[in-house]
Ligand binder design. Structure first.
Ligand code: 5GP
Length: 134
C-alpha cells in the first residue's frame, strides 16, 4: 500500500483542498514552491498509462479548476503540471499523481530540456507504431 492510498483512506492526514468521487487534491508535504498541489485519482494505479478512462476523465475535468485555485491563492500567473511515471522518471510514490507547481519569482520547477532534432524517417516510423498501438 502506498502513502497516497493511506491518505485517501484517512489513515494519514493531509491538507485537503478538493475531493470528489474519483479525485483527491492536497498540498505537497515538500513544496517546490508555495501552493504546490498534488492531484491524485482514488484508483490505486502506479502509472498514468494504467489508469481507467473514468479516473483519467475525472482528473482532466478538475485539473484546470485546481490550477486556477492555485493561481488565485498564490498570485502566481505561471505554473507547471508535472506527472512522473517510473522510478527512472523521478517517480517516488507509486500512485498516479499530478503536481501543480506555481512559479513564484525564482521558486518553481527547474526543467532540464535536452532538445534534439526530429528525423523525418524516424517520425514516420513512430507515427505508424503509435497509431497501431492506439
Ligand atoms: P514524485 O517524485 O513521485 O512525482 O513526487 C512525490 C511527491 O509526493 C513529492 O513531491 C513529495 O513531497 C510528496 N509526498 C510524499 N509523501 C507525502 C505525504 O505523506 N504527504 C504529502 N502531502 N505529500 C507527500
Amino acid at each position: 500500500m502506498t502513502i497516497f492510498a493511506k491518505i485517501i483512506s484517512g489513515e494519514i492526514p493531509c491538507h485537503r483542498v478538493y475531493e470528489d468521487q474519483h479525485v483527491l487534491a492536497f498540498l505537497d508535504i515538500g513544496p517546490v514552491s508555495d501552493g504546490h498541489l498534488l492531484v491524485i485519482p482514488k484508483e490505486a494505479r502506479a502509472q498514468l498509462d494504467e489508469l481507467s478512462d473514468e479516473s483519467a476523465a475525472a482528473i482532466g475535468r478538475v485539473l484546470p479548476r485546481l490550477a486556477r485555485a492555485v493561481m488565485k491563492a498564490t498570485g502566481a500567473t505561471s505554473y507547471n503540471i508535472l506527472q512522473n511515471n517510473g522510478a527512472a522518471a523521478h517517480q517516488a510514490v507509486m500512485h498516479v499523481h499530478f503536481h501543480i507547481i506555481p512559479r513564484i519569482g525564482s521558486a518553481g520547477l527547474g526543467v532540464g530540456w535536452n532538445a534534439g532534432r526530429l528525423d523525418a524517417s524516424r517520425a514516420g516510423e513512430l507515427v505508424a507504431k503509435m497509431q497501431a498501438a492506439l
